[in-house]
Design a protein around this ligand. Structure first.
Ligand code: C5P
Length: 231
């Protein structure tokens, strides 16, 4: 029986006040919060401090994708902020990811590095248009293998890809899974989705919840509902 995944709530909101309200509200049930490009662009490192001030941990999801030296320096800065986990893009290649790993290790408490593979809104037609061969799970496994070789701790992938990633890279290689849906959300752009129980059953380590919590009338109730479904 795989261990239960931990929930990460994506703070996909526009202002510091909204982020703080959510962290305060959800903190009794959630330890891990994701700070992505929207909130980080709006608030900068303050977004990270909000979570830390409430005793939470930060998954900094800025998907660094650049030349190796730039990514190395960006990871060094992120590590200084005390984030627990952060993303780099696997398409940057082994050299870029390797430099990210080395930069993380210069920190007294190195963040875990997670590789972004194929964003969960992409399906086969869009992949082909972008020149990416094969079916989504094949591309994800290919990129996960690269990430594993470069020394990353895990990857972001969709629920249906978790089992193949674990089989290829081993049970300790982390899978962080967005696109979690128990029911439809408004204006959904995600394509490769899965429900909490099937993601957990496949061995997911972390489930990322954005709109299912943010759009709920009762966000804390929505989180508790997912936790209940996992037990
Ligand atoms: O609202 P929703 O539950 O779709 O939120 C998913 C979160 O996970 C968003 O913050 C999105 O940026 C992020 N994410 C994703 N797919 C990836 C990587 C990150 O959906 N491959």
């Amino acid at each position: 029986m795989p261990r239960l995944p931990e929930l990460i709530v994506a703070l996909d909101v526009q202002t510091r006040a909204e982020a703080e309200r959510l962290v305060r509200l959800l903190r009794p049930a959630v330890r891990f919060f994701k700070v992505g490009p929207v909130l980080f662009t709006a608030c900068g490192p303050d977004a990270v401090r909000i979570v830390h001030d409430h005793g939470g941990q930060v998954f900094l999801d800025l998907k660094f994708f650049d030349i190796p030296r730039t990514v190395e320096e960006a990871v060094r800065q992120a590590a200084r902020l005390g984030v627990t986990m952060l993303t780099v893009h696997t398409l940057g290649g082994v050299e870029m990811m390797g430099r990210a790993v080395r930069a993380a290790h210069t920190s007294p408490s190195p963040p875990r590095l997670i590789g972004v593979t194929l964003p969960t809104h992409m399906e086969e037609a869009e992949m082909r248009a972008a020149g990416i061969e094969g079916r989504p799970h094949e591309a994800v496994v290919r990129l996960a293998r690269l990430a594993h070789r470069a020394g990353l701790h895990g990857v972001v992938c969709a629920a249906p890809e978790v089992a193949a990633v674990k089989e290829t890279c081993g049970p300790e290689f982390l899978t962080v899974v967005p696109g979690i849906r128990s029911q439809p959300v408004q204006d959904d752009d995600q394509a490769r989705t899965g429900d909490p129980s099937s993601a957990a059953g496949a061995g997911a380590d972390y489930l990322v919840l954005g709109r299912p919590v943010l759009q709920a009338q009762d966000p804390l109730g929505a989180v508790r509902g997912v936790l209940g479904a996992l037990r």
